[in-house]
Design a protein around this ligand. Sequence first.
Ligand SMILES: [Mn+2]
Length: 279
Amino acid sequence: MAYTKNREIGEIIGVHWAMRIGLSMLFCIGEPFKAVIRRLDKINVEHVEIVDEGPHSLSSRRINMLRRALATRDLSLSVHAPFADINIASTSPTIRYAIMKRLKKSIALSAQLNPEYWVFHPGIQSAIGDALPNLDWEINLRSIRELLREARRYNLKITIENVPDPFPFLLKRVDEFEKLYESLGDDGEDLGITFDVGHANINGQIDEFIKRFRDKIVHTHLHDNNGDSDSHLGIGFGRIDWIRVISALKEANYRGALTIESKDNIEESIQTLKKILSK
Ligand SMILES: [Mn+2]
């Protein structure tokens, strides 16, 4: 993609490359897929995240529609994996099989768009987790390895996202991600983190994530909240100190997209971020 090329050249010749603002299509997930195509034409950001879910689920036909719409635009791209009813740590072999099949389909289709990253959620604690400790964690690991193997076949980079309390996900906190990378060993080298700032805020770990995983964070999700629930508010509509977050990411030499994943106040969010970045 042209944008990526320009960025590489910029880095080679030593030009400081500003962080890119991106937008996830999550905010219009309730609208038909056509809404995504229509918006690609006029969006004033540099990166777009397509959400392979619900009415926006990918298909060969939609891949072609996206390619046509993107041909005339210098946009970098990421794809969010399906997440509704998806639990890669499912202890039921039948259900896990169906889930992995769905995710592998998403990987195969996404690869055709040549995105920077494919973002997925960690598994969820099993209802029999108390009786069978570690089982869900082990299945979660097995599924992550399987997704990494599948993605390698397509030359696709995948990243795992931190998720918030009170949901019973297996990977929410810094220490849990440390345990993940310890368990994955060499396999973990290919697995980056999508740092979700809103989620980390709920767990009070924004600074900790940036500090501990500055070399693993390759992609970000930005949305606001009041620290109590995962409300996906517009940037500046909750209590997150965005000036502090952006300067911490700058200091960590973060080069990925700043992908707004708010559900409302999209235009205000873009403007607020632009203002912070221009400082
Ligand atoms: Mn997110």
